[in-house]
Design a protein around this ligand. Structure first.
Ligand code: NAD
Length: 435
């Protein structure tokens, strides 16, 4: 494929060299004359293991060249990959000035060609930037429509400096953000990756933009978490490396998809208690634990969100499915659903709570003291909840929750904390806690 790469930086130089080595015809574009000259002389403009050799070879065999002429590069290619920088401004916001400039240049070139050229962003841009900046800029400069007269896509880069070439040939993930019905651009990107061992994930451009940020923020949180555990372990004479190695060896619960779904607050008899105790122990050792502290604060945020959604539903008669911290247990210790129910009761809401396990254990006289006055609102009859309440909060994945999702009751509002199936059916009557 004929490809132009905008930006000969850490991403652009590696992409240009590897795509040329893979048999594509590549033109790299940069306003920086020194970088253009270096590349054309077969030298890498950046330090990256293995890159010099690939650039030297691909320049020599004619599959790679560099220029500062954006228009010529667009006209000589079917697809442009935009790899320009998106640095932080002093206030922390993202500076998309280089992206805008590159889009203006590409747009002007598109105005002068009838070919269906694909413009693909690789720079890291915040969710929504394709639609708020990239597409409008290209359309204004070209006088053409994205996805119809020219192709458009978002294709985030995940390589790491110093292992960039290895990462290119063995990517953990390839994500292609497709814009509406622009199959052609998605197909072109798939073709560029066809020889790699990773199957691309196709999604929409906004999701692809969000994935890139989620990835990097996740890596940042992991690093700080491991450092924090190391700090605590060192203070009490334990090797944090050994602790983290053992933690990582559990690929069922620890390094896995477990606990990695957006939803409601955590609770139960272990997580809050153990988080508190470890923070206390660290404090005793004068070790600060901002990550562990934030985990507790973030949990309270989810509780507040659930309460706010009930408030916003505008109804005073509220039902809940579930009171225990998860289905199929009667354990009420530190259940966030108990905290939510207490908050609702305290604010004068008329509550009915479906939880057959709690109801059953009441029969034995057990558990009553844990929830005190809430026990009067607990029932094991979901029909009672459905007939009485105008808003129902689904807090547990229980069979009864499915019945709520299938309800035909007019104006019933459903607040879902657990991501139930059948959401689309309820349309405007439905709110997920964080989806
Ligand atoms: N560096 C990484 O490891 C890495 C990894 C993944 C994603 N990213 C993202 O990729 C993007 C590029 O990062 P980088 O580290 O390669 O940046 P960089 O600063 O090293 O390179 C950017 C290049 O773009 C050039 N440029 C600016 N305006 C241009 C224009 N109008 N036309 C052509 N070229 C232009 C600059 O001269 C520069 O050479 C950023 O959004 C970054 O967040 C970087």
């Amino acid at each position: 494929m004929k490809v132009s790469i905008f930006g000969i930086g850490y991403v652009g130089a590696v992409s240009a060299a590897c795509l040329a080595a893979d048999g594509n015809d590549v033109t790299a574009v940069d306003p920086n004359g020194d970088k253009v000259d270096a590349l054309n002389q077969g030298r890498s403009p950046i330090v990256e293991p293995g890159l010099d050799e690939i650039i030297e070879r691909t320049i020599r065999n004619g599959s790679l060249r560099a220029t500062s002429d954006a228009e010529a590069a667009v006209h000589a290619s079917e697809l442009s990959l935009v790899c320009v920088g998106t640095p932080s401004r002093a206030n922390g916001s993202l500076d998309t000035g280089y992206v805008k400039m590159a889009c203006e240049e590409i747009g002007k070139a598109l105005a002068k060609t009838d070919a269906f050229h694909s413009v693909v962003m690789r720079s890291t841009i915040l969710p929504g930037t394709m639609e708020s900046l990239v597409i409008p800029t290209l359309e204004a400069a070209s006088g053409k429509r994205a996805g119809i007269d020219f192709g458009i896509g978002y294709y985030p880069e995940f390589l790491r400096e110093s292992t960039a070439i290895k990462d290119y040939y063995k990517p953990g993930a390839i994500v292609i953000g497709r814009y509406l019905a622009d199959e052609k651009t998605a197909e072109r990107l798939k073709a560029l990756n066809a020889h790699l061992p990773t199957t691309p994930v196709i999604t929409d451009v906004r999701t692809a933009e969000a994935v890139k940020y989620t990835n990097n923020c996740w890596h940042a949180v992991k690093i700080s978490f491991a450092n924090e555990i190391g700090n605590i372990c060192k203070a009490v004479g334990i090797d944090g490396h050994e602790v983290m190695d053992i933690l990582c060896s559990d690929t069922r619960l620890n390094i896995s998809t477990a606990y990695m779904k957006p939803g409601f607050a955590f609770g139960g008899s272990c997580l809050p208690k153990d988080l508190r105790a470890l923070r206390y122990k660290a404090r005793e050792q004068d070790v600060v634990t901002p990550i562990l502290d934030a985990a507790m604060a973030a949990n309270n945020v989810q509780l507040d969100r659930a309460f706010k959604l009930v408030e916003e539903s505008g109804n005073k008669r509220v039902g809940m499915v579930g009171l225990t911290f998860k289905a199929d247990t009667d354990d009420l210790r530190e259940s966030p659903l108990v905290a939510l129910a207490e908050q609702l009761h305290g604010k004068g809401y008329d509550l009915t709570i479906y939880d057959p396990n709690v109801k059953r254990m009441h029969g034995n006289g057990y558990n009553r003291s844990t929830i005190g006055h809430l026990s009067a609102f607990v029932t094991d009859d979901i029909d009672e909840v459905m007939s009485r309440a105008d808003t129902i909060v689904i807090g547990n994945h229980d069979r009864a929750a499915t019945k709520v999702m299938e309800s035909d009751k007019d104006d019933l509002k459903v607040i879902d904390l657990v991501r139930m199936e059948g959401r689309e059916r309820l349309n405007g009557q439905y709110q997920g806690i964080c989806w």
